[in-house]
Design a protein around this ligand. Structure first.
Ligand code: ISE
Length: 340
């Protein structure tokens, strides 16, 4: 069976997903590329030998020659397009965030629960990144004892125009929230958000987040979208008997003129290339088998990340530690094997 995919959105991520679908996935065809800008849709379609282009996302999702939908359009459109696909019974890989509000995430969950099936995989690709997978495996194998703390750094070179301080929490930090939940298999129950006082307001300033988990662990996250020097994601998990960190990820180190250096990527695509490929491959396999991809983020995980981001935004505003209150989880999202 070949899965005919519509990629919605022909921006940075849409273009990257279109390329992965077209070049790196056996069993998938890039059927249509859709973007409100016809020129962008056409460019990405031509570069990746798509069958067709569209400027209407709903019409693209409804096409009879589209089996599955990959949503990489602006964040604010994710939930409504996901709902449209669920209505038609079409599987979705939705870039993060699933929605900008927890209410909208819950609407997606409700739609899945009404049918009694999961249709949505959320694009938290770090769950497929070999280094995060190794970190989790190291913890699960008992090599560092029980986890007590996790320290995370998320640095981008430069925030795009219009990227606000709040978006550091709603757009960038959700990767960290999800990575923490994935690695520790614990819920985040509180969050405190801080900004360095010396930064000017208005621009996208760094934020530091301190979180507590349901298992009594402490988590720190620095999100700095204007770090200037390179795309740099780090994580160290501290256990009672040791610690495990993501490794140095450059393929080579250059030594010359009395110095040693490794190169940074300019953005997340090269750093997480393998994670995106494995994530998208697992999505296509899940469509073929009808079984959700093992370890992938589902709509519940998407909801949790957005609910944590909302609490983080409230904490930034109030200056206070803020509880993360989650809705009750439906049995549809029980980890494999535990559903009643
Ligand atoms: C962007 O949307 C991503 O998903 C990247 O992985 C992240 O590093 C960046 O901060 C986000 O804006």
């Amino acid at each position: 069976m070949t899965v005919r995919v519509a990629v919605i959105g022909a921006g940075i991520m849409g273009a990257d997903h279109a390329r992965i679908v077209s070049e790196e996935l056996a069993g998938a065809d890039l059927q249509v590329v859709c973007d409100v800008s016809e020129a962008s849709a056409r460019r990405v379609a031509e570069e990746n030998s798509a069958q067709d282009v569209s400027t209407d996302p709903v019409a693209a999702i409804r096409r009879k020659d589209v089996d599955a939908v990959l949503i990489a359009s602006p964040d604010a459109t994710h939930a409504s397009l996901t709902l449209e696909a669920i209505k038609l019974g079409k599987p979705v890989l939705c870039e993060k965030p699933l929605a900008l509000t927890s209410e909208d995430c819950l609407a997606v969950i409700e739609a899945e629960c009404a049918i009694g099936r999961q249709f949505v995989q959320v694009g938290f690709m770090r769950r497929f990144d070999p280094s995060y997978v190794d970190m989790k495996d190291t913890l699960c194998a008992g090599k560092i004892g029980g986890a007590i703390m996790m320290h995370n750094f998320h640095r981008n070179v430069e925030a795009p125009a219009g990227f606000s301080g709040l978006m550091a929490i709603t757009n960038s930090a959700p990767h960290e929230f999800d990575a923490v939940r994935y690695v520790l298999d614990a819920e985040i129950v509180s969050i405190s958000a801080f900004e360095p006082k010396r930064c000017t307001s208005g621009a996208c300033n760094p934020v530091v987040l301190v979180m507590e988990t349901s298992e009594g662990q402490l988590i720190t996250v620095e999100v700095n979208n204007n770090a200037a020097y390179g795309y740099d994601v780090r994580a160290e998990l501290v256990g009672k008997e040791g610690a495990v960190s993501l490794g140095g990820l450059a393929a080579v180190r250059v030594d010359r003129s009395l110095s040693s250096s490794v190169a940074y990527a300019a953005d997340w695509r090269p750093r997480f290339h393998e994670a995106y490929r494995l994530q998208n491959k697992a999505w296509i396999a899940s469509i073929t088998t009808g079984v959700p991809a093992a370890g992938a983020a589902n709509a519940w995980d998407g909801y949790c990340a957005t609910a944590i981001a909302e609490a983080g935004a409230r904490s930034l505003e109030s200056g206070e530690k803020t509880r993360v209150d989650l809705a009750e989880r439906s049995a549809l999202y029980d980890p494999a094997g535990t559903a009643a």
